[in-house]
Design a protein around this ligand. Structure first.
Ligand SMILES: CC(C)(COP(=O)(O)OP(=O)(O)OC[C@H]1O[C@@H](n2cnc3c(N)ncnc32)[C@H](O)[C@@H]1OP(=O)(O)O)[C@@H](O)C(=O)NCCC(=O)NCCS
Length: 174
């Protein structure tokens, strides 16, 4: 039987997080770009070892890695105490990253990652969580809706020569 384990990541997981970040982002978004160099620049800038190292040093950030039979297959990152112009809370947090490798989708790995996130949110007494998701990312939007997120706004995110319409979604916690 397949065994899914979720581990809170630390500095020893730096390289695994950088690789998972780079590969999952490319799997999800690369085909939407007109120019390959915009993809290459984005992943080089956002998933370098030094960037992930700085994220891991942020005391308000929390990462998890999902393992399937000990193989790393997904990761998530939240950051505590992050308001946006549109989402104000007493103690709002942001879901920055929530990704499972394509080969392992629909195996409830995302759900187990999400359950770990929920434990942290309760422990930290966050009152709101928000995220941005590409408006055409039906699978992720469906997942978020099933977990009580609702859309509050949209914005355009420009990367290189392309522009992407993003939905901002929020979930409240009592
Ligand atoms: C979004 C993503 C992380 C979901 O992870 P996943 O491992 O594929 O999803 P899961 O298998 O855990 O969850 C989906 C299933 O759980 C169900 N589910 C979701 N929330 C649930 C809940 N609270 N309770 C019970 N079931 C739930 C869904 O209905 C779905 O069931 P189905 O497979 O029978 O249709 C994954 O699809 C992914 O990595 N996508 C690409 C990257 C991406 O777009 N990330 C988000 C960027 S904003």
């Amino acid at each position: 039987m397949d065994l899914i384990k979720i581990k809170q990541a630390d500095k020893n997981d730096l390289e695994v997080l950088a690789l998972l970040g780079r590969i999952t982002w490319k799997e999800t978004f690369a085909s939407l770009f007109r120019r390959k160099e915009d993809v290459a620049n984005y992943i080089d800038n956002n998933f370098s070892i030094s960037i992930i190292k700085s994220f891991l040093k942020n005391p308000n950030a929390c990462f998890w890695i999902a393992y399937l039979n000990e193989f790393p297959v997904g990761y998530a990152k939240i950051e505590m105490h992050v308001d946006s112009n549109l989402v104000k809370g007493k103690n709002a947090c942001k879901l920055h990253n929530f990704y499972v490798l394509n080969d392992f989708h629909s195996m409830k790995i995302g759900l187990q990652l999400w359950n770990k996130i929920l434990e942290k949110v309760k422990e930290q007494k966050c009152d709101k969580m928000w995220l941005s998701v590409l408006h055409t990312n039906d699978k992720a939007i469906q997942f978020y809706k099933e977990n009580n997120f609702y859309r509050v706004s949209d914005f355009n995110f420009e990367i290189g020569t392309d522009s992407f319409l993003m939905n901002i979604m929020v979930r409240e916690f009592k």
